[in-house]
Every structure is written in C-alpha cells, then in structure tokens.
Design a binder for this molecule. Structure first.
Ligand SMILES: NC(=O)c1ccc[n+]([C@@H]2O[C@H](COP(=O)([O-])OP(=O)(O)OC[C@H]3O[C@@H](n4cnc5c(N)ncnc54)[C@H](OP(=O)(O)O)[C@@H]3O)[C@@H](O)[C@H]2O)c1
Length: 349
C-alpha cells in the first residue's frame, strides 16, 4: 500500500513531538510537512524544535522545513496540536480549504457537528462528519479526540455503561506536568506541591464524557444522561494522568462482573487491527498499589488505560484507580488512532 502523506500543525510542541515520534515508520502514513508559529517557521525542524522526548528525534523529521500555519501546500491529512489560543481559527481555515484536520485541541470538540472520538468507545460518531460537511459546505473536515483526562476515565467507564448503565461518576485526577505543554507549569510552582486547579479542565471532562457516551441519531449526538463531577489537580509527575473514580450503576454488578467486563473489553480498533490499537484497551492490575505512572504508563506503548484497586464505595457503589498516558493515549496516539479508523473506514479516500 502506498503511504498517505501527512502533516502536523503545531509540530514543535509536546504533543507535536509525540506525533513526529509515533509517525516514524508508521505503516500507513508518511510525515512530509510540518508547521508551527512564526517563531519556528522558516527553520529546519531540528533547529526550531526543543526536543523533549527520551527517544531521539526521527532522522526523517530533522531536515523538514517548518512552515507557517497557512493552507496551500500542505498534505490533505493534517494532525493538529496547536496552542488553544489559535487552534480554533487555524483548524477551521484548513478544513474549509479541503484538509482533513485530526485535532487534539479543545476548540471544536463540543461543536454539535464535530465528532469527538475514542475509536474503542464511539466509532459510529465518525459519521457526524457528513452533517458537518453538509452544514458548513466544506470539502475538508475536523475530527477531534478528547482531553487527556477524559480519555482514561471514559475508556474505563464505556464497557460498564454498555453492560450495566451509568448513573453517577465522581473523579479526582492527579495530572502530569507534561499535560500543560512546554515549558508548562513553572518549576517553582509545582516542586513539592499540588495545584488544585487546571483552567477549564473539570468542565471539559464532565461535558466530553457525556458527548462520548451519547448516542448518534438523525445527524446529532444525544448526550449521555449520567452525572459526572470532576476534581482536577496538577502533580509533580512527568507523564501519566492518574484518576480516582467512584461510580454508581443503573443495574446491579459485583466486583467480579466489573473486572470481567474490563478484561473482556475489545472494540472496533482491535477487530480492524489498526496499527496503533492496543491489544487490550483496558489492562487490569491486581496488586493493591497499582497502577502507578512510574511503572505502568507505557503499558501497550502508552495506548492502554490501566485500572486497579477496584473495591466497594460507601458513598456510590464502587471505586477504582485508572491511569493513562496523557501525551500518547490522551493526545498524539489518540489522534493517530482516529486517523487510522478514518482510513480503514474509507473517510480518507
Ligand atoms: N500536553 C497534553 O498532554 C495534551 C493532551 C491533550 C490535548 N492537548 C492539546 O493539544 C494542543 C497542543 O498541546 P501541547 O501540550 O503540545 O502544547 P505546546 O507544547 O505549548 O505546543 C503548542 C504548539 O502550538 C504552536 N503555536 C503556538 N502559537 C502559535 C501560533 N500563533 N500559530 C501557530 N502555531 C502556534 C507552537 O509552535 P512554536 O513552538 O513555534 O511556538 C507549538 O508547536 C493544545 O491545544 C492542548 O490543549 C495537550
């Protein structure tokens, strides 16, 4: 199969670097074009980018020139990991010009005609792009992945919602510093500290969870009816958002039922054998002190949600801990899996 040429908007940032790294040797996509702010434009990537990953910068990316974020000469398929301040307008301009924009930013996630996708959870919501193209009269389109905190929560809730129905969810997060981009939170603010506020994060988790677990009918999403309350905290961890979750379900389920439901969970990406799909989207740990970001964040190349510490909850019904990699499953890997689903289902032909 001839590889599809792709580009990245916001290639120099934390998520952009992950995308560059994950696209190295990708079997379907070939990275050909990069863009970022005026500060980086006109320089080779190796010079423009302050590379922050432990793996080396891919050779093929080093000499690629960084462009301004202007439609014109970019490949049709673009991954977008732009600063939230500019993402909304830039993504819209590219989609209007005929590009397929697979976005990480929050700007269009909650637009009624934009799919917000986790391919294991709501792959059918991709069909919403038909409404989008019709209503906006676009040749291109925008497809989004959720906030990095929403992904682990919703991945762990989705199979329970399908099997038993969700009623109430309480989530307290311990979020890694890489979730704030680069350079992110100043060292003097976070060293030896916990910051109990992340701008707009709780609102995003609550609304995105309801959209993701909603139903698509007649070209619109009917949001899930369960309630979610989120408390979001920034902690001194490099990568990996940990979440303490309490849940009440509509029908009765034992702890064994829940564990079994998580362990058996497989979905469309696994059936289609998408290249970035984890074999096990949810990995259950039995030890009483796992998951931990230090040991578990790379599980399934950072694409799995790791759960553990399932036990009864005296306020709701049961509680557990979930962990997912914020810049892989929560961002770059999520966008890549969305694009793979789109390719496999003929949306990129
Ligand atoms: N970090 C995470 O875990 C995570 C997870 C999910 C979603 N997201 C979302 O993904 C997006 C990127 O996040 P990040 O953490 O990678 O942020 P980041 O490290 O701050 O990177 C931001 C990127 O946007 C570019 N940019 C900034 N201003 C621009 C402008 N005026 N015009 C064009 N490009 C501009 C930057 O280019 P220069 O280097 O040239 O300035 C850089 O490439 C954000 O919308 C964020 O909310 C992040």
């Amino acid at each position: 199969m001839k590889k599809l040429e792709v580009g990245i908007l916001g290639a120099t940032g934390m998520v952009g670097q992950r995308l560059v790294s994950l696209l190295e040797n990708h079997p379907w996509f070939e990275l050909k074009w990069l863009a970022a702010s005026d500060k980086s434009a006109g320089k080779p990537y190796a010079e423009a980018c302050h590379w922050r990953l432990r793996v080396p910068m891919p050779k093929a990316a080093r000499d690629l020139m960084v462009h301004e974020c202007q439609p014109g000469h970019a490949p049709q398929l673009l991954f977008a990991s732009l600063d939230a301040k500019v993402a909304g307008t830039v993504e819209r301009d590219f989609a209007r010009s005929g590009h397929v924009v697979v976005s990480n930013s929050s700007s269009h996630r909650m637009d009624a005609d934009v799919p917000l996708l986790i391919p294991e959870v709501n792959p059918d919501h991709l069909a919403l792009v038909r409404t989008q193209r019709q209503q906006r009269n676009w040749k291109g389109m925008i497809v989004t992945n959720p906030n990095c905190t929403t992904v682990g929560l919703v991945m762990s809730l989705a199979p329970l919602d399908r099997a038993f129905g969700l009623e109430k969810v309480l989530m307290t997060s311990l979020q890694a510093v890489s979730g704030a981009g680069y350079p992110g939170v100043p060292a003097l603010d976070i060293l030896g500290n916990v910051i109990p506020y992340i701008h707009n994060e709780e609102e995003k988790v609550e609304s995105e969870a309801q959209k993701l677990l909603g139903k698509l009918a007649d070209g619109r999403i009917k949001a899930g009816t369960f309630v979610v309350s989120a408390h979001c905290n920034r902690v001194l961890v490099e990568d990996g958002h940990t979440e303490s979750v309490s849940v009440a379900l509509k029908s009765k389920a034992s702890l064994e039922d829940i564990t079994e439901t998580w362990r058996k969970f497989r979905s469309v990406p696994q059936e289609l054998g998408l290249p970035s799909a984890p074999q096990h989207p949810i990995v259950v740990r039995d030890e009483n002190d796992r998951p931990q970001p230090k040991f578990d964040v790379e599980t399934e190349r950072g694409m799995a949600t790791v759960v553990g510490r399932l036990r009864p909850c005296s306020v709701l019904q049961f509680k557990y801990t979930a962990l997912s990699h914020n810049t892989i499953r929560g961002a770059a890997g999520a966008a890549l899996l969305n694009a793979e689903l789109m390719k496999a289902e003929g949306y990129l032909d």
